[in-house]
Design a protein around this ligand. Structure first.
Ligand SMILES: [Zn+2]
Length: 82
């Protein structure tokens, strides 16, 4: 893989999360972000923290807490809504 600089990496990550991708690609983009010390922030909520699947289903939104379930591995995640 070609070495890219931080600006290119940020751009790549921005574009990446505009669409759905396979787990393997999500894992790679996370690795890219980490290697450039780029914070994913809100984008972190677009994939499962366990299996990197982007197939997430919102179960409920209550008291500013969003409950999301991964359709692939069944993990439950809770996110605070800002
Ligand atoms: Zn999962």
């Amino acid at each position: 893989m070609k070495q890219i600089n931080k600006t290119e990496a940020i751009e790549k990550i921005e574009n990446f999360f505009k669409e759905k991708h396979e787990k393997e690609k999500v894992r790679k983009i996370k690795k890219l972000a980490m290697s450039h010390q780029i914070k994913l922030r809100e984008k972190r909520k677009k994939f499962c923290k366990k299996c990197f699947s982007m197939n997430l289903r919102v179960l409920s939104v209550k008291n500013k807490i969003k409950k999301v379930k991964c359709e692939d591995c069944g993990s439950l995640m809770r996110w605070k809504i800002e």
